[in-house]
Design a protein around this ligand. Sequence first.
Ligand SMILES: NC(=O)c1ccc[n+]([C@@H]2O[C@H](COP(=O)([O-])OP(=O)(O)OC[C@H]3O[C@@H](n4cnc5c(N)ncnc54)[C@H](O)[C@@H]3O)[C@@H](O)[C@H]2O)c1
Length: 188
Amino acid sequence: MASDQRDGAVVTGAASRIGRAIAAGLAKDGFSVVVADLDEANGRAAAKEIAAANQGRAIFQRVDVTDRRSVSAAIEACTRQFSSIKVMVNNAGFNKPEPFLEVSEAIWHKIIDVNALGVLIGIQEAANAMSPPEPKARSSTQPRLRAVLATPTSLPIAPANSLSLRSRTPARERLPATASPSMPLLRE
Ligand SMILES: NC(=O)c1ccc[n+]([C@@H]2O[C@H](COP(=O)([O-])OP(=O)(O)OC[C@H]3O[C@@H](n4cnc5c(N)ncnc54)[C@H](O)[C@@H]3O)[C@@H](O)[C@H]2O)c1
């Protein structure tokens, strides 16, 4: 994905493994990247390394993806520091595999909060930040906005790697063609 260096990207869960690699890849492709994670030590280290290799185009922002204000603050940091947000990667995930009959409700809630609610919050906050002001007359040439969703595998939802969102359209009309029937919150 090519970019000029004014395009900002936020990658959640970018302190480690897959998210870190996505953030590094986006920076290599020319994006300016917010490494957004709960893990401050590894997040700062990842941002430092990515920035060093890409003319300083990475910063760390502590984010809890289950906290809307925290996600919104990371997106604001991206637009403030890099002038725009063009890509949102909802990569942060949590899982704690346990024998089925021993799964605790607390762990279940945490998995759902991080892997599902966190993705919903990330998409909503990024889509709102990407949307231009409401046009007086909608035109078919209205630019399409793009958000990227990395779907955690520990939930029974179909993969949707890329969503194209029309700006300021009602939530129902924003449904991606690939949305799964097993996402009733988004379908109804
Ligand atoms: N590793 C795999 O084989 C695999 C396969 C398919 C999908 N996935 C999904 O890809 C994503 C990344 O996988 P990974 O293996 O790199 O995971 P990982 O556990 O190595 O990294 C997850 C990152 O998310 C961060 N995180 C956790 N909770 C958070 C929260 N509430 N707010 C902000 N950050 C939080 C963690 O600090 C960590 O840096 C996950 O969503 C995972 O479900 C992983």
